[in-house]
Design a protein around this ligand. Structure first.
Ligand SMILES: Cc1ncc(COP(=O)(O)O)c(C=O)c1O
Length: 381
């Protein structure tokens, strides 16, 4: 079992940061890397042509271990919306339907909505209503039919962590020949995912939360279905001759293999890339199972304390220990509740009607205890 990893971060000691789903804190290792990167910027004469590609390749390699893909199936992107723009630029169809869920994160939702409108595809948004997570998942699966061209959803619900049966959904997509597109932002890095086993066709993931990367960097997995596609921009870096700086105006017509065509222009951001790489390396050093086990132990303490006093949680099979919502009574003013937590130095998020708590390896039992006491105090228990 991992020990608390707080020492690896510069989080202020009096703060209880239960909000990695909002933004991951910077690793101390990354702070060092930023200073090294600044030093490199001072003396660009040291920068050689291979340096324009090297760190991006290392990022791909580390990330591919986390999601179980080939490293060349990874593209480096500036945001999830950029990734989805590339995905939908390459799904060519007319008519039929697309399936997503209510309250999907806007980056995916808007991209899908626009694509549906442009291609006369009916957008089927699957509402939860009062359904249990199991039944909502079944409703999603049942809504996928032979007319379905695309299914897009997050790996877990970004507002409250509700788990989706990615395996069954991916299987159904395969059966009906629909594209399965996933936003992995809120679980990749904290929870095991195997894009091949799940039949995921493309997965986009912001880097600045569970991957401990910088803001303005995201990673995209593009399966074989996209390997001959058209990128939304034409970066010289994505051509097969890019490494040969003296012959760039030979205008190589060939894109790099696999996902190589989808990298954002100026792919290697010299200041941000070292943060991304350090985050991914750290995750691989910890190991995803260890991160999962660590978060599970803390979440279990919290649930065991709060369930008996009437706080509701998602059913066990659909509960994610790194991200969940506190099901408080409807009488509680959630904004005031969150502000009360903040005035006691406890940070969580309010998303829709969810007090979203997120746990990572820098949190500890004492912090969970502080949240539990404050919840009890606020509810006069
Ligand atoms: C599920 C999910 N996807 C994506 C993002 C970020 O999107 P973008 O990179 O387009 O800003 C977030 C941010 O909170 C998120 O929760």
């Amino acid at each position: 079992m991992l020990k608390c990893q707080k020492d690896l971060f510069s989080l202020e000691p009096h703060i209880t940061y239960l909000n990695c789903a909002y933004k991951g804190p910077l690793l101390k290792k990354s702070e060092e890397k930023i200073f090294e990167a600044i030093e490199n910027e001072r003396n660009p004469f040291k920068l050689k042509a291979p340096n324009y590609f090297q760190i991006s390749n290392e990022i791909r390699k580390e990330y591919s271990k986390i999601i179980n893909s080939h490293q060349k199936e990874i593209a480096i992107l500036p945001s999830t919306s950029y990734g989805f723009a590339n995905v939908f630029n390459n799904i060519i169809t007319h008519g039929g339907n697309a399936v997503t869920i209510e309250n999907e994160f806007p980056s995916g939702h808007f991209a899908l909505e626009k694509w549906c409108a442009n291609n006369k595809v009916l957008l089927n948004i699957i509402k939860r209503e009062k359904l249990k997570a199991k039944d909502w998942n079944q409703k999603i699966i049942d809504s996928i039919n032979l007319e379905t061209k695309v299914v897009l959803l997050s790996s877990i619900h970004w507002m409250n962590g509700t788990k989706f049966d990615l395996h069954k959904i991916g299987q159904k997509c395969k059966e009906v020949n629909a594209y399965f597109i996933v936003d992995g932002t809120q679980s990749v890095g904290a929870s095991k995912i195997n894009v091949k086993e799940l039949n995921i066709d493309a997965m986009i993931c912001a880097g600045y939360k569970w991957l401990f990367g910088p803001y303005s960097m995201a990673l995209g997995y593009f399966s074989e279905k996209f390997h001959n596609g058209t990128p939304i921009e034409e970066s010289w870096m994505n051509r097969t001759n890019a490494e040969d700086f003296s012959n760039l105006t030979d205008y190589d017509p060939n894109y790099k293999t696999m996902a190589g065509r989808y990298n954002v222009g100026e792919t290697t951001n010299f200041l941000l890339s070292p943060i991304m790489l350090a985050g991914l390396q750290q995750i691989n050093d910890w190991g995803i199972s260890n991160i999962e086990n660590y978060c599970s132990a803390l979440a279990e303490t919290l649930v065991n304390e709060l369930k008996p006093i009437g706080i509701l949680f998602e059913d066990e099979d659909y509960f994610k220990p790194h991200l969940f919502s506190l099901g408080l009574s409807e009488k509680v003013d959630l904004l005031k509740f969150k502000e009360k937590l903040e005035s006691n130095n406890i940070y969580v998020s309010l998303r829709g009607k969810n007090i979203r708590v997120s746990i990572n390896v820098f949190n500890n039992e004492k912090e969970i205890g502080s949240l539990v006491s404050l919840v009890k105090k606020s509810l006069n228990i």
